[in-house]
Write a protein that binds this ligand. Structure first.
Ligand code: PMP
Length: 467
């Protein structure tokens, strides 16, 4: 059943049994005046609503449900753990799943030094924790001046005040800007709209060199760390740096004694066709934030990881980090995350992401070649961004009144396909890109189905806008 005639009231405003008064929905939603279908269940890459309508989850929700919905192995593991114990407080007990998960994440990194894990409940908290670990690292070494954390424009690191301070996302900052730190000072890495009007490789990575300029301006003695998303997600739509960028970033951070934090909340755990986003460039960060894919949405859990080098002065000093949440490292969430990671490994899903990601990318590039409104297709693995423009030659964005991303997202949903809205464009706040990021289990046939619906959607929007 298609939702061509959307109801004017949300479906949750259902008549009460007696049929007289309407029951108000008291759930605060992202946009209160919008229509949201009510989900009933999921199955693999599909979701179903209470009208029986079926959706292809073409973006794993918010680039999260990486192994698809209602996986029986994960359900069994969750049930098994719930039968043992779901919650213990971390200052009273440790637990086998929490210990095992920390060791598993370390082994996945396969680095020269060990990485320690601290578990939290959301990507934003993972970023907040990463910030605190960076600052504490320098304090334990007797340096109380290194408190700033540099970040880039066109970035998203989370919604809590610290993580929002780091986020170069105009729209999400603007309401709270007076209580935020001005951390985004570094140029974005955005080859399609190079902020320096240059071309790779002649540019010699001006965007990476801009970190050095920013460090010199602020003073390395004041800076604890630099944070970046390996591939920019929500703020830009899978904006992917050119080769050499992260090698240069690593080198600049080392030379100025600044820690490098990788925000792998979206890219981590296989999404880009490697276990971690930075693996594409053979670079290791000192601290990492993981989220979304850690439990593939089966339970809220995220993590901040810190290298032995970062942890050493902390372990020898205060002996732990000054952070934590009631639900940190609870057995239920950590057991779930372990089951998800084991499933990814056992089913060789990262290989599937690599292979089917290539297939998806080619299909979307072919779509772009015949489109008057697709300006750029980019990304790695199953994290592909599509940027829309009103003129592909001049790269002119649509005016904000057009709400091109919303048009695409809404019309795709009406046709039974979910895609994720991202903001890109010149000011990084125009919202003219979407991310296609289906679950890792997607087959080539299902990719064909996804692309067919997307093509139909984009053509319909194109006809409406440019005729
Ligand atoms: N960092 C990145 C790169 C993200 O994509 C997100 C979520 N979109 C966050 C941090 C914040 O994560 P959460 O929404 O779980 O707080």
């Amino acid at each position: 059943m298609e939702h061509t005639n959307r109801p004017h009231v949300p479906p949750t405003l259902l008549p009460r049994k007696e049929g007289i008064r309407l029951k108000r929905s008291l759930l605060i939603k992202p946009m209160m005046n919008e229509y949201y279908p009510t989900v009933t269940h999921g199955d693999g890459i599909y979701l179903f609503d209470n009208t029986g309508k079926k959706y292809i989850d073409g973006c794993s929700g918010a680039v999260t449900a990486s192994i698809g919905h209602t996986n029986p192995e994960i359900i069994a593991a969750m049930y098994e753990q719930a039968n043992k114990v779901s919650f213990v407080y971390r200052s009273q007990f440790t637990s086998e799943p929490a210990e095992e998960l920390a060791n598993k994440l370390n082994s996945l990194l396969n680095a020269k030094e060990d990485y320690w894990s601290f578990f939290v409940n959301s990507g934003s908290e993972a970023v907040e924790t990463a910030m605190k670990i960076a600052i504490q690292h320098w304090q334990e070494k007797g340096n109380y001046r290194k408190n700033k954390i540099l970040s880039r424009w066109i970035s998203y690191h989370g919604i809590t005040i610290g993580a929002l301070s780091l986020s170069g996302h105009v729209k999400r900052r603007e309401r709270f800007v007076h209580i935020l730190e001005d951390y985004p000072v570094v140029s974005p890495v955005y080859c399609y709209r190079c902020p320096f009007n240059q071309k790779y490789p002649d540019c010699q990575l001006s965007c990476a060199n801009d970190l050095e300029t920013a460090i010199e301006r602020a003073g390395a003695d004041q800076i604890a760390a630099f944070i970046a998303e390996p591939i920019v997600g929500a703020a830009g739509g899978a904006i992917t740096p050119p080769d050499g960028y992260y090698q240069k970033i690593r080198e600049i951070c080392d030379r100025h004694h600044i820690l490098f934090i990788a925000d792998e909340v979206m890219t981590g755990l296989g999404r880009t066709g490697k276990m971690f986003g930075l693996d594409h460039w053979g670079v290791r960060a000192d601290i990492m934030a993981l989220g979304k894919g850690v439990s593939a949405g089966y339970t809220p859990i995220a993590a901040a990881l810190a290298s032995e080098k970062v942890m050493e002065p902390i372990l020898n000093g205060s002996n732990s980090i000054m952070s934590g949440h009631t639900l940190s490292a609870n057995p239920q969430s950590t057991a779930t995350a372990l089951a998800v990671i084991n499933f990814i490994e056992k089913s060789k899903l990262v290989e599937n992401v690599q292979e089917n990601g290539e297939y998806l990318l080619q299909k979307l590039q072919a779509l772009a070649a015949n489109s008057q409104i697709i300006g750029d297709v980019r990304g790695k693995g199953l994290m592909i961004g599509i940027e829309f423009v009103s003129d592909v030659k001049t790269k002119q964005p649509f005016s904000s009144g057009v709400q091109i991303t919303k048009k695409i997202v809404d019309q795709a949903r009406d046709k039974g396909l979910l895609v994720y809205p991202a903001s890109a464009g010149k000011e990084g706040a125009q919202g003219d890109a979407v991310i296609i990021s289906p679950p890792f289990i997607i087959t080539k046939q299902e990719i064909d189905d996804l692309v067919a619906v997307l093509k139909e959607t984009i053509e319909a929007v194109q006809n409406e806008l440019v005729g």
